[in-house]
Design a protein around this ligand. Structure first.
Ligand code: 4AZ
Length: 288
């Protein structure tokens, strides 16, 4: 299983799940350790900015309609992966998904705890390149504000949190084995920011790798050099946090937890730059 979750899996998933509301499944090889195998359970109160992206219409209600992760960076501003909102992922254009919601405060997707907040506007990066995976981010505007305590700060360019060797944590409800075993309760995995050269070697731009091309200016490489702990399908769009700040969004990789195939994350400082959030306009436009 190589392509980002929704691209690879959600097409058959969407059709099947929409018709029968069956649990998510995949034909991915039982690659290795997904976020649960290499990870551990957490209560969402420990990472209140980790939210689930949901559409019961598209994905069925078994797991609250969860299909991707996302992260609150402002009281009404949530980041997720662009590929989560692609037509390939959703089966229809995002504008046609009437029940797109962000679920906050719900550790267990089978429960009704926390709050479901409708998405008022979904802006998908129009420059997202699904071949290289450059620019894999989208901005959701919520219909109701979250408490400030559920908002995480973003690491700006030059922040030491991006340095190779830094400990980081990734959160999600995604696949725990690489074989389509989606978590019902939130999990986390401790990883390290890895040297860009590692991902450049694993995912070269030339001659190109099947899954994407690592671009250090737009992506962050993270995992363990020996494999094991990693994000996986269904975690896409969720947060990678280092030193208490958001440094990445789960984006792609070859399989899950395989040695030599690190996880690749959308670099948050590149999102800030591309959206001009490093200017004063940010506070007025996004309330963060
Ligand atoms: C995915 O398909 C995916 N191991 C997400 C993360 C990783 C690989 C694939 C990183 O959504």
């Amino acid at each position: 299983m190589c392509r980002p979750f929704v691209r690879a899996l959600a097409r058959p998933l969407v059709l099947a799940a929409a018709m029968a509301a069956i649990p998510l499944s995949t034909t991915a090889p039982a690659a290795a350790d997904g976020i649960v195998v290499g990870g551990f359970p957490v209560d969402v109160s420990e990472s209140p900015w980790t939210v689930a992206l949901s559409s019961r219409d598209r994905f069925g209600g078994t797991r609250s309609g969860q299909f991707c992760g996302a992260v609150a960076v402002g009281r009404t501003t949530v980041l997720t992966a662009a590929h989560c909102l692609s037509r390939e992922a959703l089966g229809v254009p995002v504008e046609k998904v009437r029940d797109l919601k962000v679920i906050t405060g719900r550790t267990d997707l089978r429960s009704a705890e926390g709050r479901e907040v409708p998405v008022k506007e979904a802006w998908v990066n129009p420059h997202y390149d699904s071949d290289s995976n450059v620019g894999d981010f989208a901005v959701l505007t919520l219909a109701e504000a979250l408490p400030q305590s559920a908002v995480i700060g973003m690491a700006a360019k030059g922040d030491t949190a991006y340095a190779a060797g830094t400990g980081a944590t990734v959160y999600g409800w995604g696949d725990v084995t690489g074989a389509g075993d989606y978590a019902e309760e939130l999990r986390a995995a401790r990883v390290h920011v890895l040297a860009d050269a590692l991902c450049e070697g694993a995912y070269p731009a030339y001659p190109g790798s099947r899954d994407g091309a690592y671009r250090a200016d737009a992506m962050v490489c993270a995992g363990e050099t020996v494999g094991g702990r990693d994000s996986c399908q269904g975690d896409s769009g969720g947060p990678l946090v280092a030193k208490g700040r958001l440094i990445g969004l789960v984006s792609w990789g070859s399989g899950c937890g395989k040695a030599g195939s690190p996880g690749v994350y959308t670099r948050v400082s590149d999102i800030i730059r591309k959206l001009n959030w490093d200017t004063a306009a940010r506070s007025s436009r996004h309330g963060a």
